[in-house]
Design a protein around this ligand. Structure first.
Ligand SMILES: Nc1nc2c(ncn2[C@@H]2O[C@H](COP(=O)(O)OP(=O)(O)OP(=O)(O)O)[C@@H](O)[C@H]2O)c(=O)[nH]1
Ligand SMILES: [Mg+2]
Length: 480
């Protein structure tokens, strides 16, 4: 309590003294890895007083997060499966389970994902699964610095109308695994094929799951397995590897990164068939890819691309993203941008959270939210970056090597194509110029001009561009 006498009288002190005391408390807290928040401010005969909460913050735990995305055609069962895997409750076949993942009213009304939904699976340091229904309070008390391992399942849209949003979901999240979801009844459509082509071009490991097997005969299931085999071959797999029992998972995980076979599960979100098997496989794959954070990466200058921006009462803007490099700490100053005119603004980190739990610092590879001061929520947007001062850059023109991803076919050379370009979480219209045909082989050079505003683009950034329906290209930045 500030402004209270030794005998407990709430007298208050002049406003400037209160401010100076707060500065001292913050400095002491910072030196002791603690967070300070003003709980209550009041006025007394002698001026102002305050109740201040000082909390010790846990160190960031050393594990990096694992991120898995679900791709597939519209209504193939992605949201339902992501929900059933994380919430442990089965679907009713009429869209009950997916409600857990929807973020907008119109998604609930239409039953279609239009944004990027997410669900999380939590594990303790020893790999123990933490039940989803445990209350936040019990959870925080038990696991003081939050769960040690977090697997986030991103549920992407399958409707062609939201294809570009699905692309940003694939691009901006440093994914460890992508799961191709196929409805046993309707098989593989164009969106699934295109997103699979992009995933493969991005070099992200792939797993496939046929779902809704409760709705089809053995004959139809075999036909769908045949279709999955064909599209798997289109992106370079030799064949599929049907996984049907727990002992097979160990072998699957050992071979995962070198295997030329696409692991395939046959599941149902309604009768629960092979749901524990798929959950176990994702957990085992995740545990295998979850290394300790590379500490040399934490020492590098901060690079975080903003995936979401929001505000909460009595706090500055909150930005969410994956720490690509570095380790932001409370009270450090960084630059955020670019704004419409290419400018960056200096901002100060006020608090750092990982999976909603406050931490003293957060590290490379972790999904985080940061409260910042020095910018307004309405000026911030997805695709901006938070970087160390001195590393600000913005451009509207860049050069990249480009190729088409399957199932698109070679296209003729054209002088100027209107495309939508996606780099990480940034997405905007651009003009693409090329002198030679864009093919699947990937040796064309393309010159991109962004149409709306400058962006922070780095050499070697991966680029995905949509040319028209059924035709998507992939590239890598050569010059920016
Ligand atoms: N019978 C049965 N129905 C299922 C199963 N999985 C999902 N469904 C139903 O299929 C419908 C579509 O499921 P969603 O999970 O919304 O499909 P989606 O792939 O997320 O669709 P988009 O968001 O449009 O891409 C819903 O009515 C679900 O209840 C399943 O395994 N069996
Ligand atoms: Mg959905």
């Amino acid at each position: 309590m500030l402004g209270v006498t030794d005998s407990g009288k709430m007298v208050g002190v002049p406003h400037n003294d209160l401010k100076a005391s707060m500065v001292t408390i913050k400095r002491m807290a910072q030196a002791n890895k603690a967070e300070v928040s003003m709980e209550k401010e009041w006025e007394g005969p002698g001026g102002h007083g305050a109740k201040v909460l000082v909390q010790t913050l846990p160190d960031a735990n050393p594990w990096r997060d694992v991120r898995v995305a679900f791709i597939g055609d519209a209504q193939s069962g992605k949201s339902s499966l992501a929900s059933v895997l994380s919430c442990m409750e089965l679907d009713d076949g009429r869209g009950r389970a997916r409600l857990e993942l929807f973020r907008h009213g119109h998604e609930i009304r239409s039953g279609r994902t239009s944004s990027i939904g997410s669900a999380t699976l939590h594990f303790s340091e020893s790999g123990e699964f933490i039940p989803p229904k445990e209350s936040r309070q019990q959870f925080n008390a038990k696991y003081k610095c939050g769960p040690a391992r977090v697997i986030t399942l991103f549920d992407l849209a399958g409707d062609p109308k939201y294809y570009k949003t699905a692309l940003t979901g694939l691009m901006g999240r440093e994914l460890d695994v992508v799961v191709l979801i196929v409805s046993a009844v309707t098989g593989v459509g164009v969106v699934a094929q295109e997103l699979l082509g992009v995933t493969s071009a991005l070099g992200i490991p792939i797993v496939a799951a046929i779902t809704k097997i409760d709705l089809c005969s053995e004959e139809i299931l075999q036909r769908t397995i045949g279709q999955v085999t064909e599209v798997a071959q289109q992106v370079g797999f030799d064949e599929i590897d049907l996984v049907t029992s727990m002992p097979e998972i160990r072998r699957l995980v050992e071979d995962f990164h070198h295997s030329r076979q696409l692991p395939l599960f046959c599941t149902s979100s309604v009768n629960g068939a092979d749901i524990p098997l798929l959950r176990s496989a994702l957990t085992s794959i995740a545990t295998a890819v979850v290394d300790e954070v590379d500490s040399s990466g934490c020492l590098k200058p901060l690079y975080l691309q903003v995936l979401e921006v929001f505000s909460v009462a009595d706090a500055g803007p909150i930005i969410g993203g994956v720490v690509r490099q570095g380790s932001p700490k409370i009270d450090q100053t960084f630059s955020i941008g670019p704004f419409e005119d290419g400018r960056f603004e200096k901002v100060v980190v006020k608090s750092t959270r990982r999976d909603g739990v406050p931490c003293y610092d957060v590290r490379q590879g972790q999904s985080v939210t940061l409260e910042i001061a020095g910018a307004t929520v309405s000026d911030l947007r997805q695709g901006m970056v938070l970087v160390e001062p001195g590393y600000e850059s913005a451009c509207t023109n860049f050069v990249a090597t480009v190729r088409l991803v399957p199932p698109a076919k070679d296209i003729l050379p054209v002088h100027a194509l209107q495309v939508v370009v996606v780099i990480g979480a940034m997405k905007q219209a651009a003009i693409l110029r090329t002198e030679s045909p864009i093919t699947e082989q990937g040796d064309s050079t393309a010159y991109f001009t962004l149409e709306s505003r400058p962006e922070h683009i780095r050499v070697e950034d991966k680029v995905v561009f949509k040319i028209k329906r059924g035709c998507t290209g992939f590239g890598q930045v050569l010059r920016a």
